[in-house]
Design a protein around this ligand. Structure first.
Ligand code: ATP
Ligand code: MG
Length: 352
């Protein structure tokens, strides 16, 4: 009945090969005096034409410097860049370093700096911590909390499907993260998908890459060089209308349904699969919303998915309201252990 979308609904950002980014990173010792320095105390933009050299970052400032990081390995590659596992030389602490190649105008840089500042001020156990960001010579480097289980996408590739009790425990954490972003930070994620939900050996699930997609889209969107994935995008966003935080709830519904069934919930019209991403976009806007098969899943799960994928965003429930949905707590008595569920499949940390 349901088929995996067999096309890549992404347009690629033209980038130098990731190897050259890695080389640049390891060879460069000057990141700490980049054009743009963002840390938890504020944002500073220093244009290259400025004669005043910004003061060096001292360890006593409690700031991270990229030259103090040893690159351990590349842990992931996305549309816009590469993610490395790095280790701080003095504290031995692990971080994830996201490196994005992007030559941007001053104006976009300021917007990005503001966005990253919001990210850095986020304090929520369900949101990936962003420690510091740097911009130098068209390369943005973001120091993030390292999540040793990788993404839900990586995990789903191994397990194929996630049983309901685990899904409820995952869903609860994502809803708490979304409620925090929506209500306290007034951020719409805009790109909620399995690869932006990260997991670790403690059984924690955290949201990452919030807000960044807005900058990427607004910077590159008009030039048509960057377009994110459309698979999880709400009908109102696809239609180009106004959208709000409820857009993320649609994405959550599609993500959970895919995790439960192991398949992306929109089937292509023909046997050969989707021929282009417009077909999928039309399907999301025109077709009735997807639903969980009632013969395979609990009525609570089916009802939860329907609450998320209402086509009218006004009818769709908020993250806070969904936290009260019967599905979210229905397996609480089982004492679901996400920690061993995530670790038994084999975390990338085990292969270090
Ligand atoms: P896209 O670029 O289309 O949004 P993506 O989300 O997969 O796709 P990235 O955000 O660059 O792209 O992440 C690539 C991969 O790197 C993720 O799928 C995940 O496996 C890994 N990754 C990202 N951030 C972290 C992190 N903080 N800790 C551990 N692994 C991470
Ligand atoms: Mg991502």
């Amino acid at each position: 009945m349901m088929k995996k979308a067999s096309f890549n609904s992404k347009l690629k950002l033209s980038l130098p090969p990731p190897e050259s980014l890695t080389k640049f990173l390891t060879e460069s010792g000057t990141f700490q005096v980049g054009d743009l320095l963002v840390n938890k105390d504020g944002v500073r933009i220093v244009s290259e034409s400025e004669t005043e050299v910004p003061p060096p970052i001292k360890p006593s400032d409690n700031q991270l410097s990229l030259e103090d990081m040893d690159v351990i390995k590349v842990v992931g590659k996305g549309n816009g860049g590469v993610v490395q596992l790095v280790q701080h030389k003095w504290t031995s602490q692990f971080f994830a370093l996201k490196v994005i190649q992007m030559n941007i105008e001053e104006q976009a840089r300021t917007a990005l700096a503001q966005e990253l500042k919001i990210n850095q001020s986020s304090q929520c156990p369900y949101v990936v911590v962003c420690y510091q960001s740097f911009y130098k010579n068209g390369v943005i480097s973001i120091v993030l909390e390292y999540m040793d289980g990788g993404s839900l996408l990586d995990f789903l590739k191994k397990v194929k499907t996630i049983p309901e009790p685990y899904l409820a425990a995952i869903c609860k954490q994502v809803l708490k993260g979304l409620a925090y972003l929506h209500r306290e930070k007034h951020i719409i994620h805009r790109d909620l998908k399995p690869s932006n939900l990260l997991i670790n050996h403690r059984g924690e699930v955290k949201i990452t890459d919030f807000g960044v997609s807005r900058i990427l889209t607004s910077t590159f969107g008009q030039a048509n060089t960057f377009v994110g994935t459309y698979n999880y995008m709400s009908p109102e966003r696809i239609s180009g209308g106004k959208y709000d935080s409820k857009s993320d709830i649609w994405s959550l519904g599609v993500v959970l349904l895919e995790c439960a069934t192991g398949q992306f919930p929109y089937s292509p019209p023909e046997e050969e699969g989707w021929t282009n991403f417009y077909e999928l976009m039309v399907a999301v806007v025109d077709q009735p919303p997807p639903c969980a098969p009632s013969d395979q899943f609990s009525p609570q799960f089916c009802s939860f998915i329907s609450a998320c994928v209402q086509k009218d965003p006004k009818v769709r429930q908020s993250a806070l309201k969904l936290l009260e949905h019967p599905f979210v707590n229905m397996y609480d008595d089982l004492d679901v252990d996400l920690s061993s569920y995530f670790t038994d499949v084999g975390s990338p940390l085990a292969s270090l």
